[in-house]
Design a protein around this ligand. Sequence first.
Ligand code: AMP
Length: 541
Amino acid sequence: MARYRAEGLWQGRSLPVELMAAARAHGERTALITPEVHWTYAELSATAARFAAGLLARTRLRPGDAVMFQMGNVAETVVAYLGCLLAGIRPVCTLPQHGTREIAVLARHIGARGLVLQADFGRGQLPDQARTLLADGAVEEAVVVRGEVFGTAVGYDDLLSAGATADPAALPYHALPPEGVAVFQLSGGTTGLPKIAPRQHEEYAYNGALWARTLGWGEGTVVLYPLPIMHNAGVSLALQPALLSGATLVLAPSADTGTLLDLIERTRPQVLPLVPPALAIRLLEEPRSHRTDLSCLTDFVVGGQKLALEVAERLRDELGIAVRQKFGMAEGMFLLTPPGATEWLRHHTVGAPLSPLDEIRILRPGGDEEVPDGEIGELCVRGPYTIRGYYRAERHNASAFTPDGFYRTGDLARRHRRDGVVAYSIDGRIKDVINRGVEKIHADEVEDLVMRHPDVANVALVAMPDPVLGERACAYLVMEPGRRPLTVATLGAFLLGEGLAKYKLPERVESVESLPLSNVGKVSKKDLRQDIEAKLTAETA
Ligand code: AMP
């Protein structure tokens, strides 16, 4: 930390202090566009300050408290996020898709007291969830930031009017320690020990400013973001870098291609800072993309999942798009195709880390020695915006980080020296995670819940290849003797009842007599992945 400060990377100021300084500097520029709003920096920051003051006046939440977020891509989410920061309250970046059990587990682990929700999200299920969470004592305060207010919850308009006369100079953010936790991001699942990435003020602000600088953002830059804005990727590739650099953030309410093309036509963004391969494929398949003028898009950054060479080439040939790639994670480190990189580097690697003080080691899996360039090993990372440990997870941290603080990502990678550049490719993973169109499904979380089913004797969840989403989850089930096999529907209904988010549900079920074992006696997921791959190939032949 001392080095990051001494070299001027960390500025010794809290994240909201940096954001408010940028808001003052860019006052009349457009900060935020959604299909509903068009706000300047002055409007957005003033609304966020009212929200902050209202939060402290109308609720029992106090600086230092954490609040769970269940908000979609709407302007109020940005207000609530900034407002919490200004009030010294820490957002926990959960998603509106998370179920009651997931929110409760995470809230208890962090000690969060509040819940910020969008009552009109999806099918309108969040108020019911919030009631349960309040009744169970998982949270004490609910704030409805959009949609109809219920029961004891406090509403957005109420907060804004309560905060209308407050003096922004008196808000708690002026006194926050820069090394303190600003925001909690999520990493792992929610059975077993939750893996929460505590993002500190200085490093998170640096992360955003660095991303903006690396991509050359500033006055006139328009950034379009179509994925969940509260994900770490949304916060640190779009929201924070845009608002720290004076750019305009265009928030798409969904990643639906029609919505996206509408917003591209209307706002002419130069940057899509994160396009998952699944979305790139949907854009290629959408006839309207081929008629839309996409020439404004100078930075089309694909990431979150392995990009197939064929997709990169089709984007080039059919839409005239020269992709850049990005690799990143809630724990911090980002890699990005450097500017001016050759096509080989753009198509075959995820580029290089952003910061001169980022460090990468490719270690022999399970060991501590580095592998030679070009050889596959585990990607291990350390740097000025990478966490040093998960929150309240001492024992887990001892194995998740090397003794000298490198985070073992669980991803497999190679270092390439080519065209005068050092760049990295991602070549698989050793962690037991399914990457479904960039949403991560932690196998152990789903398996633990499946095992609660009285008819199930054993289960293994594995990734099955999917041409669009990259991977989907397939559950191999061993049933108790005499029990009827579960189907996708019956297993899904059971898991939803256990509070699992819908996107994590297995999309195929295979009933087997027993699970194959490796030579050390563990379930061989490799064999299961090969089995499901062979079945899918046979079925499509
Ligand atoms: P998250 O913390 O949800 O952002 O997930 C981070 C994980 O996503 C990484 O550890 C990788 O497993 C995966 N990931 C992110 N970007 C890429 C990429 N460009 N290629 C392959 N995997 C990626």
